[in-house]
Design a protein around this ligand. Structure first.
Ligand SMILES: Nc1ncnc2c1ncn2[C@@H]1O[C@H](COP(=O)(O)OP(=O)(O)OP(=O)(O)O)[C@@H](O)[C@H]1O
Ligand SMILES: [Mg+2]
Length: 500
């Protein structure tokens, strides 16, 4: 026994060693006895060994599209397809078609019912997809084998291999499958969250966006109207714009302090853009911008929402010396054809970090819109909006008093304030709660209390005690991740220049 190994490790080793011995033993005449190899070579006949296997690898997120394409392709008239599952013993890499044909270095394979992985092919549906299978095909090209090799424990990729055809014919089959994958792409028109796996592979998930009504986005009317005009207006007039030779591709930057509704606004936009493929990227997933932009081009009309782009302003995808992810991102925005109906929406609360990159790569963002702290009118509307779902009873005078006391807070602060006011009222009498000015005021005192600095910071309201005027208002506060107010103001000035 190996020193230090646990019982289970020792057992695992013994099992692996036994299967290794079986494998060595099986190698004598493996070619003649392996039923999978026998099936393939019988089907292809003698000529096959002189023909190349032509393989194509695909990103793993294409597995569900590949299966959709294969299903449609198998049903095309004039084609017979027999699907055979291949079962590979544990701890073995999947076998390739080349190996099956030459019979070299093969693990003890068995024919089986095809192993399937059930993958989402819509927000509420799934499709069973082949993991490892050989498709014996007979059609106008003749007899050939298409092998599907899906991701597994030892193989993170997805590949389609074709044997038994001339290179030209095999390429034509690959091209037809590619065409079907594009035409039937299950992601088209949906909200998709783009992510990155541990191994760095791009992942796609069907997302859901809670419906956000226009009146639930509390911004000055002129600001919201500009956002809409730029994002939705172009979509509404795309035919007329194209006819007039105008480009459709557009980049919109929403910038401003945390908690002011940048993400909230993108959700509203995304909800309005039915029929668009809507790709959402945030944080580390922003590194997947290359694949996401390619996908968007293929699935246009499309929107790419790139959240908190400042997070990658200083990251470099391949270590020091390589280009910053932010530059890749801006380059991806430029790569699309001008007549592609693509909208890029970027958000940041570090306009200062972004501004130099935007200046160095002009033309990507054509409108930068500041989403600022709510003004008194907006704060009043926010109180009404978030007071809707609680039994809030405030007179006009009391409302104005709270509006005045909350000068300098963010929209998310007001939301939290009302949540706490509700708790205060429940605390007083849980039976039939009514949220009064006294509750709201107590909640506000508590939030403004110096002991609540961290909470305030989490709500996007700054910590600088000097910006807390004696009257209880919070003054105008710096962005949370920003180094200081001065650089924020400077960046704001240059973004306004971009915005003309
Ligand atoms: N302008 C607004 N109108 C209505 N609700 C808002 C507004 N701004 C923020 N909220 C509420 O506060 C929550 C947090 O705001 P949001 O995530 O949009 O802020 P953000 O500007 O994206 O901040 P960050 O810069 O930290 O990403 C929202 O989900 C929403 O409920
Ligand atoms: Mg946000």
């Amino acid at each position: 026994m190996v020193v230090g190994a646990s019982d289970s490790e020792a057992r695992e080793f013994a099992t692996a060693f036994r299967s290794f011995l079986e494998w060595v033993h099986d190698q004598d005449g493996a070619r003649s006895r392996n039923e999978v190899a026998a099936l393939v070579s019988d089907f292809l006949g003698d000529g096959a060994s002189g023909l190349s296997v032509v393989a194509r690898s695909l990103p793993v997120f294409e597995q569900v599209n590949l299966q959709t394409a294969l299903n449609a392709w198998s049903a095309e008239p004039g084609r017979e397809v027999a699907v055979h599952g291949i079962s590979v013993p544990p701890h073995h890499a999947p076998v390739s078609l080349q190996q099956l044909i030459t019979g070299e270095g093969m693990p003890p394979l068995r024919l089986s019912a095809p192993a399937l992985v059930d993958l989402p092919n819509g927000p509420n549906s799934t499709l069973a997809c082949l993991r490892l299978a050989a498709l014996l095909v007979n059609d106008e090209h003749g007899r050939y084998v298409v092998m599907v090799i899906g991701p597994s424990e030892h193989h993170q990729g997805l590949a389609v291999e074709i044997a038994g055809l001339s290179v030209d014919a095999a390429q034509a089959v690959h091209a037809r499958l590619g065409e079907l994958r594009r035409a039937l792409n299950v992601y088209r028109g949906h909200v998709i969250e783009v992510g990155l796996s541990q191994m760095g592979a791009v992942t796609l998930e069907f997302g859901e966006i809670p419906a956000t009504a226009r009146e639930d986005v509390v911004l000055p009317e002129a600001v919201l109207a500009r956002v809409e005009r730029h994002a939705l207006g172009v979509a509404a007039h795309r035919d007329a714009l194209l006819e007039a030779g105008q480009h459709l591709k557009r980049g919109l930057l929403l910038y401003g302090p945390p908690g002011t509704g940048k993400t909230h606004t993108t959700r509203y936009l995304v909800g309005q853009m039915d029929g668009y493929t809507r790709l959402l990227l945030t944080g580390r997933a922003l590194q997947a911008i290359g694949s996401a932009a390619e996908l968007a081009r293929e699935l246009q009309p499309a929107v790419l929402v790139l959240e908190d782009v400042d997070l990658v302003a200083q990251d470099r995808s391949f270590g020091p010396g390589s280009s910053p992810v932010l530059f890749d991102l801006l380059d991806a925005m430029d790569g699309a054809a001008a007549d592609a109906d693509l909208l890029f929406v970027l958000t940041t609360n570090r306009a200062d970090l972004l501004e130099p990159a935007l200046a160095a790569r002009p033309g990507r963002v054509d409108v930068a819109i500041e989403i600022d702290l709510p003004d008194p009118d907006a704060r009043k509307r926010l109180l009404a909006l978030y007071g809707r779902s609680i039994p809030l009873q405030l007179s006009e005078h009391e409302t104005l008093e709270i509006v005045e006391r909350t000068d300098g807070v963010t929209a998310s602060f007001i939301k939290e304030l009302l949540r706490r006011a509700m708790l205060e009222s429940l605390h007083d009498g849980p039976s039939a709660p009514v949220v009064t000015a006294a509750h709201t005021s107590r909640a506000l005192d508590d939030l403004l209390d110096s002991g609540q600095r961290l909470t305030r910071s989490l709500l996007g309201v700054g910590n600088d005690p000097e910006s807390l005027p004696a009257g209880g208002g919070l003054g105008s506060l710096p962005p949370q991740r920003g180094p200081n107010r001065a650089s924020y103001v400077q960046a704001r000035a240059s973004l306004r220049r971009i915005d003309r």
